[in-house]
Design a protein around this ligand. Structure first.
Ligand code: PGA
Length: 244
C-alpha cells in the first residue's frame, strides 16, 4: 500500500506553488526528466509558475520529455478546445521545450490504432512525475468510474457527468462537447515513479475524501492511488479538503 502524503494549502495559488516546487526540484536534479502532464483548469496555475521559472532561467525544459494523459476524439487536433491546443497555449509555446519531445495521444482517426501507438510510446519510457487532476466523479485522465485498473491506453465513451462538467469549455452547450476520448489507462498512470494529484474546490471534496479514506474502489478510479507502489502527493486547497 502506498502512503499518500496529503498537503492541504490555503488556496489555488498555494496549491499550484506546492506542485511546482516538486517539479522544479526534479528538474534541478534531473534535467532530462520525463513528465506526465494533465489538462483542465486545475494545472493552469502550475504551468504559469513553471513558465515564469523557465523564463527567468531557473529551470530548463530543453531536455525534458512529456506525455499527456488524454485527448478528445471527434474534434480536430487544432480545435481550440483540443488538449493539443491547450498544451501549446498554456505551456509549451512559452518554454524552451523541444516540441518533438512532447507527446499527446492522437484523438483524430482510428482510435484503437492511436491507443496502441501511444501505449507503445509509453512502454519505452518511465514517467518520473505524473501530474493528475481529478474529475468530480473521481476519474483520473479519462478513466471513468468502472474502468478496469489493469488496462492500458484506450478509447472511452465519456460519462454524462464529465460531459456536463466540461460543457463550460464548449459555450455551455452539451451538444458541442466530444463524447469520446483516448486516455492513458490506470495501469499507465501507476507506472509513474511519483504521482502528484491536485484538486481545488468543493466539487472535488467527495473524491478527495474517498481517496484519503484509503478505499480502493473501481467505481471511484482515483482511489487506485492507494495501491501505487511509488510516492503519491495529494495537494489540495482547503475547499477540496473540506470533507476530510
Ligand atoms: P478540471 O478537470 O481540472 O478542469 O477540474 C479535472 C479532470 O477532469 O480531470
Amino acid at each position: 500500500m502506498s502512503k499518500i502524503e496529503l498537503i492541504i494549502t490555503n488556496n489555488y495559488d498555494e496549491m499550484s506553488q506546492r506542485a511546482a516546487d516538486k517539479i522544479i526540484e526534479l528538474l534541478l536534479k534531473k534535467p532530462n526528466a520525463v513528465l506526465g502532464l494533465a489538462t483542465g483548469s486545475t494545472p493552469i496555475g502550475l504551468y504559469k509558475i513553471l513558465i515564469e521559472k523557465n523564463n527567468s532561467k531557473k529551470i530548463s525544459f530543453k531536455d525534458v520529455i512529456t506525455y499527456n494523459l488524454d485527448e478528445y476524439c471527434d474534434i480536430p487536433k487544432n480545435h481550440e478546445q483540443s488538449y493539443f491546443t491547450y498544451m501549446n497555449h498554456n505551456f509549451f509555446d512559452h518554454i524552451d521545450i523541444n516540441k518533438n519531445n512532447t507527446h499527446i495521444p492522437l484523438g483524430e482517426g482510428d482510435s484503437k490504432l492511436n491507443a496502441e501507438n501511444y501505449e507503445n510510446e509509453l512502454n519505452k519510457t518511465k514517467i518520473d512525475i505524473q501530474i493528475l487532476g481529478i474529475g468530480s466523479n473521481g476519474h483520473i485522465g479519462f478513466n471513468e468510474p468502472g474502468t478496469d485498473f489493469g488496462i492500458g491506453v484506450h478509447d472511452v465513451e465519456l460519462h454524462n457527468k464529465t460531459i456536463n462538467d466540461n460543457a463550460r469549455f464548449f459555450e455551455n452547450d452539451i451538444k458541442k462537447v466530444p463524447k469520446k476520448a483516448i486516455t492513458m489507462g490506470i495501469k499507465n498512470i501507476l507506472d509513474a515513479e511519483t504521482i502528484i494529484l491536485m484538486a481545488n474546490g468543493t466539487n472535488k471534496a467527495d473524491a478527495i475524501k474517498n481517496v484519503m479514506d484509503n478505499k480502493v474502489d473501481i467505481n471511484i478510479p482515483v482511489t487506485v492511488l492507494n495501491i501505487h507502489k511509488g510516492k503519491v502527493y495529494v495537494i489540495v486547497d482547503k475547499k477540496a479538503a473540506s470533507k476530510l
